[in-house]
Design a protein around this ligand. Structure first.
Ligand code: TYD
Length: 205
């Protein structure tokens, strides 16, 4: 069972993921959590190149290929082998982040991106994707005041982040059976309980 968490900046995904993993473990499953970009020795090196504040000249195409390179590695090294063993894998971001950020955000052709993503992942798709949805300005403010990591991508325009959020909503509309939308503007406890409910609903208790 492959579950992914998606959302715009400051949606609290990373914070929620660990409690969620604990919850799934208590249901008797073995759980692996991963994060993108990164999550492997090679992927963490790629993450460093993507996130460097002084890499401002990076072309969006370079950026895509780096995200996809890190993803190819984590799918091959961790995600696929664990799914085959029956482990529940929960990933903080996955291919939908590339469609949202590089596709809807930077305006790169969505069909081309889907082909690159399919190559990178070998066609592996999540069984369930939880969208932690939050107002863009509120999310970015949380990031600034919450002491979170302030990276090159955070510094981009508000408009960009609005397109990202809109892109997520379009993906939900196009494939509603895979997605569940969670209101991430609520208290962390309520968000966690909505996430748990969504998992139980999807997998029938
Ligand atoms: P990170 O610090 O992990 O942020 P977050 O907690 O929001 O996940 O940084 C990941 C950043 O990279 C985030 O701004 C989203 C962006 N990103 C893409 O643009 N494309 C992608 O394919 C992925 C995986 C992430």
């Amino acid at each position: 069972m492959f579950i992914t968490l998606e959302g715009p900046e400051g949606s609290g995904k990373s914070m929620q993921m660990y409690d969620l993993a604990e919850f799934v473990r208590l249901q008797g499953f073995e759980v692996l959590t991963t994060r993108e970009p990164g999550g492997t020795f090679i992927g963490d090196q790629i993450r460093h190149v993507i996130m460097r504040m002084d890499n401002t000249m990076m072309d969006p195409r370079t950026e895509i290929l780096l995200f996809c390179a890190a993803r190819a590695q984590i799918v091959a090294e961790l995600i696929r082998p664990n799914l085959e063993k029956g482990v529940v894998v929960i990933s903080d971001r996955y291919a939908d982040s590339t469609l949202a950020y590089q596709g809807y955000g930077h305006g790169l052709d969505l069909e081309t991106l889907r082909e690159i993503l399919s190559f990178a992942t070998g066609g592996l798709k999540p069984d369930l994707t939880l969208l932690l949805d939050i107002d863009v300005e509120e999310g970015l403010n949380r990031r600034k005041t919450g002491g979170g990591e302030w990276n090159r991508l955070d510094a981009q325009q508000l408009e960009f982040h609005k397109r990202v959020r809109q892109g997520y909503h379009e993906m939900v509309k196009a494939d509603p059976s895979r997605w569940r939308v969670i209101d991430a503007g609520q208290t962390p406890q309520t968000v966690q309980s909505d996430l748990r409910k969504a998992i139980l609903e999807k997998f029938g208790g």
